[in-house]
Design a protein around this ligand. Structure first.
Ligand SMILES: Nc1ncnc2c1ncn2[C@@H]1O[C@H](COP(=O)(O)OP(=O)(O)O)[C@@H](O)[C@H]1O
Ligand SMILES: [Mg+2]
Length: 341
């Protein structure tokens, strides 16, 4: 089932702004396996859009169709005003694609990779050298420029990959899992790079398995699960799809638990865990009121945790058990201990 979030005042998505990308009913199967089961997308120019989904959800397949690497079995898509099926050359001229698997040639240097891209984009030798120097500088690759790319770290390879994509001055960039496998520092680095792209006016189509990444970067997020978009909206809109936060009280003494359950009659009970859940926005005022009621009944809770809903909850609510790491328990704030992988 698709949960639509369609407010009227969505940032950057008035119907006045032209769509950089739109798709209706995209379908793709391999043999009898349906990979995309009719997906609709609309991305306004200049937006960062995140297609969020677990491994195998169909993210790369969607990127390949939209970037004309493969054809869909059904549906229509327009990218930068060109139909992907009937005008793939127009699409290709407007886009850059950084695949999940790098296009970097490891045997030649970073600089040579860049100059090769400049050639492929029909830049003059002189312009090619100028653009290469500028991008190597911007992506902090000047020191490594003369070394074979295979000696680069994962983060450096990704940076080179994006720099190569930018040689063609694309208006729309597809970044397929740009941070998967990167260490936290390189990951934050990449986020900064993506933000800079956006401030240059580029439209970014990003795929990710990471909820925090979508939350951090994207204006709009579509959740892809099993080849269908199960929800779409801004991070805040998606969070509103799920019940609000709650406060959880735990007791070690069964008698205290029972007294608390009768003092807080509206609380959800977990008799086995001796814990109570009370719907709450987690504000100090609400917390105080809960604690005051326990206090006047002469009961002490052993543990109190406040759970504010986050995108993990949305994902969990929409896809059920589809998220691994959900089973890994939660920390004090109720966030899953491990990221979704
Ligand atoms: N060329 C192909 N032939 C057969 N099956 C494929 C092919 N490409 C992708 N698939 C299958 O389609 C599903 C979605 O793949 P993909 O789009 O790569 O997912 P994601 O990028 O979200 O991890 C997977 O089950 C994958 O095995
Ligand atoms: Mg993929």
């Amino acid at each position: 089932m698709r949960s639509s979030v369609m407010p009227t005042s969505r940032r950057g998505d008035g119907h006045s702004s032209p769509a950089a990308l739109s798709a209706v009913g995209l379908r793709k199967s391999y043999g009898d396996r349906t990979v995309l089961d009719g997906i609709d997308l609309r991305i306004p120019a200049g937006a960062v859009f995140a297609l969020l989904g677990p491994n195998g959800a169909g993210k790369t397949t969607a990127v390949k169709i939209l970037s004309t690497l493969i054809t869909a079995d059904g549906g229509h898509a327009q990218v930068a005003g060109h139909d992907v099926a009937t005008a793939p050359d127009g699409v290709r001229a407007a886009i850059g694609v950084t695949g999940q698997f790098s296009a970097v040639d490891g045997l030649i240097t970073g600089e040579e990779n860049m100059l090769l891209m400049a050639d492929l984009n029909h830049l003059s030798k002189r312009e090619g050298r100028r653009v290469t120097a500028e991008l190597l500088e911007r992506f902090d690759l000047v020191d490594a420029a003369r070394k074979p790319a295979q000696s680069y770290s994962g983060g450096m390879k990704r940076r080179l990959d994006i720099a190569m994509t930018l040689v063609g001055k694309p208006r729309i960039i597809f970044l397929d899992e740009p941070t998967t496998g990167l260490d936290p520092r390189s990951r934050h680095n990449m986020w900064q790079i993506i933000r800079e792209l956006v401030s240059d006016g580029v439209t970014v189509f990003l795929t990710t398995q990471y909820l925090d990444e979508a939350d951090e970067l994207a204006d709009r997020i579509a959740v892809l699960n099993d080849g269908r978009i199960v929800a779409e909206g801004s991070a805040d809109e998606l969070k509103r799809l799920i019940p609000g936060g709650h406060v959880r009280l735990r007791f070690s003494d069964p008698a205290a638990y029972r007294s608390a359950a009768s003092a807080l009659a509206e609380a959800g009970r977990d008799d086995e865990a001796l814990s109570l859940q009370i719907l709450s926005d987690g504000s100090p005022r609400e917390l105080r009121s809960v604690l005051d009621r326990l206090d006047s009944a002469g009961i002490d809770a052993d543990e109190l945790t406040v759970h504010t809903p986050d995108l993990d909850d949305v994902f969990f609510a929409l896809t059920g058990a589809g998220v691994s790491g959900r089973t890994g328990g939660t920390d004090q704030t109720g966030r899953p201990k491990e990221a979704v992988r």
